[in-house]
Design a protein around this ligand. Structure first.
Ligand SMILES: [Zn+2]
Length: 458
């Protein structure tokens, strides 16, 4: 018997995990962390409904934590098998997994220090050692190269255009069904990352629905960003951009460089103050061939990330100097939702000064400092101190890495035939239900929205 169990990202956007069972083989597709609301985060402590030695392989779609962040926990519980992914995903996992572990360990340390935990002592979900062990089990595989990951289960990675290394996973069960795991769906006609590859004919298709209820702002050739930069320069201040270290920084740098080339903004010093972002950028430049066609040839692609006065900030000392400097500049630093990292020092220094601007370019989850600022907070707490907000706070939606509803439909439209079953995953119930209605109206297909832990026969 063959079956699929939805162990995460079922009517929610985090914790992606799908257990595929076929003829005695068991493969986990994605191994994501639950994030956000506490009731979801508590699921990270529940464990999987099978022993780690009962699993034959793990397959990853891309290196965002909600798709890979549970790996060290799985390994800590004894999983010793291979973890299949593209080379780009393996590269980025080497950055994000140890970083996630350090944050888990630091959170546990803080909880014990301030005794705001009911658990004594508070333990991290996993440690840096667990993360490095998980990394040692990564098995990179090229795009479009079918590989048998467990007896009777063959997978193939195709370009998803969502992040360096991101992929759809086409899965063939010997003598059985074909399943297309959509991972996260990228966007069409954007710079830096290629368009998503056309979908492959499959009996069962899983597709994300994060933005299943809306369209992103139309492409403005960077004009909204240019306007924010010109406005900041007009006030003689700095532009602080909190950005996710893995992914968004590359696209931001591309736009700054392009706006400079087109003389639509003045040339400013641009600082990337995030060691992880600097490392991630290195992976983007070594894998230029996997990026969008307009980044080719390789020399052009590498140059596309380097604005005229581009600098990376190496040491915390340099970061402090930059924080204290009053000169106009663009500072890109993580974390993207201002929940931690070096950007907090920049925000603490810049927010009270009306000359400066803070620009958010990614999704700001409920309960984060980023969300408070976007919602118009007049002061925010940073490092235990209340900081008044006098700087301008702006937000740009056009840089999302997720397909909007039109792009999801466009991708589904590349399927050569209606799948036997279409499952919507990776979305909050509202956008997911909106997408289900849209798919029924436009394509005439019934979509299923599986519940957490639901099983379907294949
Ligand atoms: Zn993602």
């Amino acid at each position: 018997m063959s079956q699929l169990t939805f162990l995460g990202a079922a009517r929610t956007v985090t914790g992606s995990k799908y257990l595929l069972e076929h003829g005695g083989s068991r493969v986990l597709v994605d191994c994501g962390l639950f994030q956000g609301l506490k009731e979801l985060r508590l699921r990270n402590w529940d464990g999987l409904p099978l022993g780690p030695d009962a699993l034959h392989a793990v397959v990853l779609t891309h290196a965002h934590l909600d798709h890979v962040g549970y790996l060290p926990r799985l390994v800590a519980h004894g999983y010793r098998g291979r973890i299949f992914c593209t080379g780009g995903t393996a590269d980025l996992c080497r950055l994000v997994l140890p970083d996630a572990a350090r944050i888990q360990e630091e959170d546990a340390r803080q909880a014990n220090k301030h005794t705001y935990t009911k658990h004594h002592p508070a333990l991290p979900l996993y440690t840096e050692a667990d993360a490095y062990r998980a990394i040692s089990q990564l098995q990179p595989v090229g795009y479009e190269r079918p590989i048998e990951v467990a007896p009777g289960i063959t997978v193939r990675f195709s370009q998803a255009g969502h992040l360096l290394g991101s992929a759809y996973v086409f899965t063939r069960l010997d003598g059985g069904a074909t399943i297309l795991f959509g991972g996260d769906l990228g966007r069409y006609g954007r710079p830096v990352l290629p368009d998503p590859a056309d979908a492959t004919d499959a009996d069962v298709v899983l597709v994300e629905s994060t933005y299943g209820d809306r369209d992103h702002a139309p492409d403005d050739r960077g004009e909204a960003l240019a306007e924010v930069i010109r406005d900041t320069v007009g006030h003689g201040g700095k532009l602080i951009i909190p950005a996710f270290a893995v992914g968004r920084v590359g696209e931001l740098l591309y736009w700054v460089r392009r706006l400079e080339d087109e003389r639509r903004i003045p040339v400013l010093p641009v600082f990337v103050d995030s060691p992880m972002a600097t490392e991630a950028l290195r992976f983007y430049t070594t894998r230029v061939a996997e990026l969008d066609a307009d980044m080719q040839p390789a020399e052009k692609g590498v140059a596309a990330f380097a604005s005229t006065r581009f600098q990376t900030v190496a040491s915390p000392q340099q970061s402090k100097q930059l924080t204290a400097s009053p000169h106009p500049a663009i500072v890109i630093s993580s974390s993207g939702m201002a929940t931690g990292g070096r950007v907090l020092h920049h925000l603490a220094a810049a927010l009270p000064d009306p000359r400066h601007t803070v620009l958010f370019v990614g999704y700001q989850a409920a309960g984060t400092r980023g969300r408070q600022l976007v919602d118009g907070a007049t002061r925010v707490k940073i490092h235990g101190r209340l900081v008044p907000v006098a700087a301008r706070v702006r937000k740009l939606d056009s840089m999302s890495a997720h397909a909007d509803r039109g792009e999801i439909l466009r991708w589904l439209g590349t399927l050569p035939r209606r799948p036997g079953r279409l499952c919507l995953v990776h979305g909050e119930p509202g956008p997911m239900d909106a997408l289900r209605t849209l798919v029924a109206d436009r394509l005439g297909w019934n979509a299923h929205t599986p519940a957490h832990a639901e099983q379907i026969a294949l």
